[in-house]
Design a protein around this ligand. Structure first.
Ligand SMILES: Cc1cc2nc3c(=O)[nH]c(=O)nc-3n(C[C@H](O)[C@H](O)[C@H](O)COP(=O)(O)O)c2cc1C
Length: 192
């Protein structure tokens, strides 16, 4: 099966460190790997409204419809979010919240179709001690576990202003092999 990577960019500014790190990792993907990049700042999703238990759940429209299709088409989903308050950005969180609606959309079978796909994370943060990003890592890993997905881990890089991550040579080196790593089935914390 041809691998298809969907990169979902969650920064609130263009050309940031997270995107730079994600693009460095993507450069190493084997030829023939399909890639789509979706920038949540350029094509914002509407606020999520919880209509899961209403009689009728409206079909997504516009950017949300496109992103649903792109998510379902991806074998590998890369959430590239800067670290904001130790977790994912609001734009990224809104994307994850929309999953809760997509899970209930009749005829979509979101959970069954996402099972077995691989979730990866990329993040940039100003703090030099990367353990502070544990809440972001936990959010992504546990969300992957909920959907029965594989989890390839999170590529972390240091930087504050745009371009700073270029000086994090260790992160750039990790980026070179990041997507070649094993991605085991994600587990809930109580299963490990
Ligand atoms: C709203 C906001 C919250 C942030 N929270 C954190 C944080 O919790 N820990 C941290 O190390 N850096 C934090 N930062 C710094 C960013 O993670 C850092 O500037 C990063 O390089 C931004 O990624 P980007 O260039 O891809 O946008 C925060 C920045 C903003 C704007």
């Amino acid at each position: 099966m041809t691998r298809r990577f969907l990169f979902v960019l969650g920064s609130s500014r263009p050309d940031g460190n997270t995107e730079l790190l994600a693009r460095t990792a993507a450069e190493q993907l084997p030829a023939g790997t399909e890639q789509e990049w979706f920038d949540l700042a350029e094509q914002p999703l509407p606020d999520f409204v919880d209509v899961r238990h209403d009689a009728e759940i409206p079909r997504p429209e516009g950017a949300a419809a496109h992103l649903l299709d792109a998510t379902l088409a991806a074998t590998d989903l890369v959430i590239a979010s800067p670290l904001y308050w130790y977790s994912v950005s609001a734009q990224t969180k809104r994307y994850l919240d929309h999953w809760a609606g997509w899970l209930r959309l009749p005829g979509v079978d979101f959970k069954a179709r996402m099972a077995g796909r691989t979730l990866w994370g990329v993040t940039a943060l100003a703090h030099e001690e990367f353990e502070v990003a544990d809440p972001l890592v936990g959010t992504l890993r546990t969300s992957a576990a909920y959907l029965g997905m594989r989890f390839g881990g999170v590529l972390l890089g240091n930087g504050s202003k745009p371009g700073d991550v270029r000086t994090d040579t260790e992160a750039l080196a990790r980026a070179k092999t990041f997507f070649a790593q094993e991605a085991p089935l994600a587990r809930f914390p109580y299963e490990r």
